[in-house]
Design a protein around this ligand. Structure first.
Ligand SMILES: *Cc1c(COP(=O)(O)O)cnc(C)c1O
Length: 232
C-alpha cells in the first residue's frame, strides 16, 4: 500500500468517525482531495485508490495535470481565486468552482461555459470571519449574490464555501463553521435549492463535519506538507 493510499484511508476514517460522533450518515460528506503542488503522477496514485474528486487553486498548474490525466475519470474542482481574464479556462476545463465571490466572474463563467458540457457546479465563497487577507463575499451580501447566480444558465448553484482563519481549538472552529451553516440554512429557507456546504480542511474537518459540512477539502493530510505557494 502506498503512503498516499494509507493517508487517504486515514482521512476517510476520520470522516466516518466524525459523522458517527454526531449521528450523520457518512455518505453525506464528500472528500475533495486538494492536489495543489502535487504532481500528476501522485494524483494518479490517489485515483488508483478510488479518489476521483480533486481541488486545484492555480489554473495553469491544474491545466497541466488535466492534460496528463485526461484518460482518468477525474472530477476537477477550482478552489482558488479567479481573475476575470482566467474565467474562460475555468469554464472550459473544470466541473466545479467553489470560489465565486463576485457576480461579474459568475456571469463570465456562465457565458463561457461550453454548450456541450453540463452546467458548471458553483459554490459561493463566503468570508465568514471577515478576514482581510481572504477572498469571499461578506455574509450579509451572500443572499443577493446567490439569487443572481442561481438564474445564470451556464451554472448550477450548489452551495457555499468558506476558508476560516485557523482556530485555536475545536470549540472555536465549530463556532465559526456553525455560522456558515446558519447562513446556508437561511439561504435554503429563502428558497434556494442548495445541497453543498464546502468547509473543513486537514486540521478542522471534524469540527466542520459536526457543523454540517457536506464536502471537506483535504490536502496536506493526504499528500503531505506543501512547499510555499507560487501564484500563477
Ligand atoms: C490548500 C487548500 C485546502 C487544503 O488545505 P489543507 O490544510 O492542506 O488540507 C483546502 N481548501 C482550499 C481553498 C485550499 O486552498
Amino acid at each position: 500500500m502506498t503512503i498516499i493510499a494509507e493517508n487517504l484511508e486515514a482521512v476517510r476514517k476520520r470522516i466516518v468517525a466524525a459523522c458517527a460522533a454526531v449521528g450523520r450518515d457518512q455518505h453525506e460528506v464528500k472528500l475533495l482531495a486538494v492536489s495543489k503542488s502535487v504532481s500528476a503522477g501522485v494524483v494518479a496514485q490517489a485515483v488508483a485508490s478510488g479518489q476521483l474528486a480533486y481541488g486545484e487553486n492555480y489554473i495553469q498548474e491544474a491545466l497541466g495535470k488535466m492534460a496528463l490525466l485526461r484518460q482518468l475519470p477525474i472530477e476537477w474542482h477550482c478552489i482558488g481565486p479567479i481573475q476575470s481574464n482566467k474565467t474562460r479556462l475555468v469554464a472550459e476545463n473544470f466541473d466545479w468552482v467553489h470560489s465565486v465571490d463576485r457576480l461579474k466572474v459568475a456571469q463570465r463563467l456562465s457565458e463561457q461555459r461550453p454548450i456541450h458540457l453540463p452546467p458548471l457546479q458553483i459554490c459561493i465563497q463566503v468570508n465568514i470571519d471577515a478576514s482581510a487577507t481572504k477572498a469571499g463575499i461578506a455574509p450579509d451580501q451572500a443572499l443577493e449574490l446567490a439569487r443572481s447566480v442561481a438564474v445564470l444558465p451556464g451554472l448550477t448553484l450548489r452551495g457555499l464555501m468558506t476558508i476560516p482563519e485557523p482556530a485555536p481549538d475545536f470549540a472555536a472552529a465549530s463556532a465559526t463553521h456553525l455560522r456558515t451553516r446558519d447562513l446556508y440554512e437561511s439561504l435554503r429557507r429563502d428558497g434556494l435549492e442548495l445541497d453543498t456546504l464546502s468547509m473543513g480542511m486537514s486540521l478542522d474537518l471534524e469540527a466542520a463535519v459536526r457543523a454540517g459540512s457536506t464536502l471537506v477539502r483535504v490536502g496536506s493530510a493526504i499528500f503531505g506538507s506543501r512547499p510555499p505557494a507560487v501564484q500563477d
